[in-house]
Design a protein around this ligand. Structure first.
Ligand SMILES: [Zn+2]
Length: 62
């Protein structure tokens, strides 16, 4: 049985010895995880303004 890697679309053999299934590799798994993580973090990380510094762990303002 083969599946397509969600990240790079490469055909991947689905087997118990592949710890990254349905991804083809650890890299593709991390890229996929990072894809949704970046949706949350990319803006404040790169364009932090002084107003953002007092947020701490409280993001309920969003
Ligand atoms: Zn892949």
């Amino acid at each position: 049985m083969n599946v397509n890697c969600p990240t790079c679309k490469k055909s991947v053999e689905w087997k118990d010895t592949n710890p990254w299934r349905p991804f083809c590799s650890e890299r593709c798994k991390l890229i996929d995880f990072g894809a949704w993580a970046n949706e949350e973090y990319r803006v404040p990380a790169e364009t932090a303004s002084p107003d953002d510094l007092d947020q701490g762990g409280d993001t309920t303002r969003h």
